[in-house]
Design a binder for this molecule. Structure first.
Ligand code: ATP
Ligand code: MG
Ligand code: MG
Length: 549
């Protein structure tokens, strides 16, 4: 085991193991409902469930919690599998709650037989009224005392499709005065004449979450069923069903869900962003989805590391987006090659460098790498540099270009600025400089020392590209209280497109998703929208935390 302190769930597992409860190891599950793409909150749950099994010995099932036929689609199932694998985890079994529909049905008949369930003809509104309030007891349904035989017959007719949606439900018979509202004769089954993404038209009755989840855990013999805090009030019902059915006693444990600043996380809201075209799909790099983060250039390790750092708490809190950014920066600092891209180009002409000459300079890819490698970058007399690396009237400590100032061109020579050209409005159009031939990087005998180094791209060799810079999706920190109003707080500058930048020619060989550091500019990743004619780079994160606090 890693020498770090255990979180409360790890402590529970470790104590259980020490007491000999799990001779076969533990079994956890990750149970997404396939009604959307996974987001960073799910990543926390994935890291937790798979992490516990990896750490303490055991496995994790990937179970699609597909009991609601209306919202579920195969596209989501595929995306979820892709994302879990991409995060670096391997599930023990791929399972579907819908595969348990027959078992669940049999469990329901068993509870009817034991007089623990009844068919109710009350309407949804009547049932809601019967529930009472948290401070007053509820009332019994007029159908609560149906005989076992009548309930069985009615339930079988429900299954056979004799009734319309909403005409009847199956309820657990518990206690209408129970202090926990979830124990006041909760629904177990409802009628839905809807095609299911896997079982098709086989069923027209579907189990409720509370009747499906615990029994599915039990069927799989899950030892630790970990869910988010809002389910703690469901736990007595979870235990009640397993106890009355006398089946494998899985246990539910709750932890605080991840809330991230400046974004929304509920799949319903994410779907709204997609449907209302606020973003360009589930994998838009501004989305907090795993697919969005992947497209943005996040690595699996950075996300796992983030989940590890935020830890597992028993109380809800809001994590600042900057922590996620810190984690990716830390990872990319080690792994990303440094390359040159000029985002706001202006021409630098080196007047004493031969116009017909090209030098292939060998430039280090990554000073942080364990093994230093180099690449070839063409150098010539005309370069693009960043517009703001030149000033007509530079202030005292401006260690870049201005007439009379010297700077090192990254991996190349020291140049001295001699002149510039400007248009009628005074906009600088060209900067002129002379290079010092003896100052070549790595073999500098010039004796000249300069304070600044700037990046550049040779004009004749430059490759045009588009850059997409992203910022926080929402302008508010905590969107949890906003409801559907969150759409009013979309950051209008969450996407800024820089249509024409110049990158060094070697980037034509970059691969989609490859992480790069554009020197002095940020970490970027090649977007799948790229074509051989036009490269598109997404800014994963800036080099430093530059947010106004
Ligand atoms: P949402 O509210 O975003 O639609 P959900 O809880 O309905 O999420 P599920 O597909 O049911 O989504 O979630 C699968 C698992 O992921 C559940 O065990 C759930 O508790 C967990 N999970 C979902 N959101 C978060 C989150 N923000 N933080 C931690 N775990 C989460
Ligand atoms: Mg859910
Ligand atoms: Mg949900």
């Amino acid at each position: 085991l890693k020498p770090k302190s255990l979180n409360f769930l790890e402590e529970i597992v470790q104590e259980g193991i020490a007491s000999g409860k799990y001779p076969q190891g533990i079994l956890t599950r990750f149970p997404p409902e396939p009604n959307g793409y996974l987001h960073i909150g799910h990543a926390k749950s994935i890291c937790l469930n798979f992490g516990l099994a990896q750490r303490f010995g055991g496995g994790t099932n990937l179970r699609f919690d597909d009991t609601n036929p209306v919202t579920e689609e195969t596209e989501y199932v595929e995306s979820i599998k892709k994302d879990v694998s991409w995060l670096g985890f391997t599930w023990a079994k791929e399972l579907y709650t819908s595969d348990y529909f027959e078992d669940l049905y049999q469990f329901a008949e068993k509870l009817i037989t034991l007089s623990f369930a009844y068919v109710d003809d009350s309407t949804a509104a009547e049932i809601a009224a019967q529930k009472g309030t948290p401070t007053t007891p509820g009332t019994h349904s007029p159908f609560r005392n149906r005989s076992v035989e009548e309930n069985l017959a009615l339930f079988r007719d429900m299954r056979a499709g004799k009734y319309a949606d909403g005409e009847k439900v199956l309820r657990a018979k518990i206690d209408m005065a129970h202090p926990n509202m979830h124990m006041r004769d909760p629904l177990m089954y409802r009628i839905r004449h809807v095609k299911h993404h896997r079982s098709g038209d086989k069923w027209c009755i579907y189990p409720m979450y509370d009747f499906a989840h615990g029994q599915s855990d039990s069927i799989e013999e899950i030892t630790h069923s970990i869910c988010t805090l809002e389910f703690d009030v469901h736990r007595p019902l979870y235990d009640w069903f397993l106890d009355k059915l006398g089946i494998f006693p899985s246990h539910q444990y709750e932890f605080a869900r991840l809330n991230l600043s400046h974004t929304v996380m509920s799949k319903r809201k994410l779907l709204q962003l997609v449907n209302e075209k606020v973003v360009n799909g589930w994998d838009d790099p501004r989305m907090p989805t795993i697919s969005g983060l992947r497209r943005r250039g996040f690595t699996p390790a950075s996300i796992r590391n983030f989940c590890e750092r935020i830890g597992v708490a028993k109380r809800d809190n809001l994590i600042d987006l900057s922590l996620l950014e810190f984690c990716i920066r830390e990872d990319l600092n080690k792994s990303a090659d440094r390359v040159m891209a000029v985002l706001d180009p202006i021409k630098l002409v080196i007047t004493n460098y031969p116009a017909d000459k090209t030098e292939d300079l060998q430039i280090e890819n990554n000073p942080e790498a364990e093994v230093i490698t180099k690449r070839s970058v063409p150098f010539s007399n005309e370069l693009y540099i960043e517009r703001d690396d030149f000033m007509i009237d530079p202030p005292k400590k401006f260690f870049r270009l201005g007439v009379g100032l010297e700077v090192r061109l990254k991996g190349a020579y020291i140049v001295t600025c001699t002149d510039f050209k400007a248009d009628a409005e005074g906009n600088v159009t060209e900067v002129h400089a002379e290079y010092i031939p003896e100052s070549k990087s790595g073999q500098d005998t010039s004796g000249v020392s300069v304070k600044g180094t700037i990046h550049w791209v040779s004009v004749a060799h430059a490759v045009a590209a588009e850059v997409r810079n992203f910022d926080r999706l929402l302008i508010v920190e905590d969107a949890s209280e906003l409801g559907d109003d969150f759409l009013k707080f979309i950051n209008p500058e969450s996407l800024q497109i820089v249509p024409k930048v110049y990158v060094e020619p070697g980037l034509k060989a970059a691969e989609v998703g490859q992480a790069l550091q554009f020197i002095r500019k940020g970490y970027y990743s090649l977007d799948p929208d790229s074509t051989s004619d036009k490269l598109v780079f997404n800014r994963t994160v800036t080099l430093k935390d530059t947010w106004a606090k």
